[in-house]
Design a protein around this ligand. Structure first.
Ligand SMILES: Nc1nc2c(ncn2[C@@H]2O[C@H](COP(=O)(O)OP(=O)(O)OP(=O)(O)O)[C@@H](O)[C@H]2O)c(=O)[nH]1
Ligand SMILES: [Mg+2]
Length: 357
């Protein structure tokens, strides 16, 4: 079997330390690769019909194209944990989040027992993993049916854990589909849990909106349309969808009118800003924060009359965000150094059996 039989080298060891790993697991045809392609490669949902079944672990580094930095490992369905070449200890040790995808349009009994096996295995190796269950392909279900399935899967999965004496494991459930924005919303929440600076970012957004008469603000990763933070008021889906559509519209229009040849990079820079006035007295205001991040704000037309104040507050917000990222960068550099030292100690003590890449 081709499951990660190769030994992990220095780059993997280091990456797991500074870039959390997100695993996509679940039965065959549950939709793992489709999720990855739609969220991170802008593949249209209908194109996923032609995806071939994954037959080996596909690793992807998401940091190269956006601020949100992590690795995604897309697994083939039906992983055999007892397969000797499958080094699950090494895989789970560096994992930040394990997303288990369950096809809600199919009989899910086998998937729930596989979820239990996967979670208990992973928990034994690493108690810090966030376990995220995507009840996927809900586009074909009525609202009642969705809730009913979620309740049933939730109960079965938690009962299994209680029977095994592992009730301390916390599973989070999401209803997802690649045919609407639910998959982006769910992924946003998974990624947010891996950002240690999240409370600071939320706090900054709260201060920014309350001083600027803004109703809601999201900090978006422009490439993936994942929101990495929002203020503490509740998120409603139509608002989030409008923000995603706005980002798409801005990028598309910028692509058409950008004078410079941007090559493969986004036509998005310091000058990027956009205002959309909706006919229900709402304004959506987008502004660039960093090379990969944008703030998208929702506010009433009257509040937008004080645009000068909003822009001034935004300027202060942007400087504060920059400081947060500078600190983050310094911590990452420090961790990298520590990892290098630990790795060289490890290889010396094991007689140098594993050579760094
Ligand atoms: N209706 C619907 N179909 C979906 C959704 N997501 C994925 N699919 C379909 O499910 C099928 C299987 O998708 P894959 O992404 O290849 O599944 P996988 O989990 O990667 O499968 P393996 O690689 O074999 O483990 C494809 O035909 C997709 O179009 C969804 O949200 N709704
Ligand atoms: Mg696949």
């Amino acid at each position: 079997m081709p499951f990660l039989s190769c030994g992990l080298g220095f780059s993997d060891f280091l990456n797991a330390e500074i870039k959390p790993r997100i695993l996509l697991m679940g039965l065959r045809r549950s939709g793992k690769s489709s999720i990855q392609k739609v969220v991170f490669h802008k593949m249209s949902p209908s194109e996923t019909l032609f995806l071939e079944s994954t037959n080996k672990i596909c690793r992807e580094d998401v940091s190269s194209s956006s601020f949100v930095s992590f690795q995604i490992w897309d697994f083939p369905g039906q992983i055999d944990f007892f397969e000797p070449t499958f080094d699950y200890e090494m895989i789970f040790r560096g994992t930040g989040a394990l997303i288990f995808v369950i096809d809600s349009q199919d009989d899910y009994m086998e998937a729930v027992s596989r979820l239990h096996l996967t979670v208990t295995r992973a928990y034994k190796v690493n108690t810090n993993i966030n376990f995220e269950v995507f009840i996927h392909k809900v586009d074909g279900l009525s609202d009642d049916h969705k809730i009913q399935k979620q309740r049933d899967i939730h109960k079965r999965a938690n009962d299994d854990l209680t029977d095994a004496g592992l009730q301390s494991i916390n599973l989070s459930f999401y209803l997802t589909s690649i045919y609407d924005h639910s998959i982006f919303e769910a992924f946003s929440k998974v990624v947010q849990k891996l950002i240690p600076q999240l409370p600071t970012l939320e706090n900054l957004l709260n201060i920014f909106i309350s001083n600027s008469c803004i109703e809601k603000a999201f900090l978006f990763d422009v490439v993936s349309k994942i929101y990495i933070a929002t203020d503490s008021s509740p998120v409603d889906m139509p608002t989030y969808e409008l923000c995603c559509d706005m980002i798409d519209a801005i990028i598309d229009i910028s692509c058409i009118y950008s004078l410079a040849d941007t090559g493969s990079s986004l036509p998005y820079d310091k000058e990027s800003t956009a205002i959309i006035r909706l006919n229900n007295t709402t304004v959506i205001y987008l502004k660039e924060v960093t090379k990969f991040l944008a703030v998208v704000c929702f506010l009433r037309t009257e509040s937008f009359e004080r645009k000068g104040l909003i822009d001034y507050n935004f300027h202060c917000f942007k400087s504060a965000i920059q400081e947060v990222f500078d600190v983050r960068l310094r911590i990452q550099k420090h961790r990298k150094l520590l990892s290098q030292r630990r790795w060289s100690k490890l290889t010396t003590s094991s007689g140098g059996l594993t050579s760094p890449h």
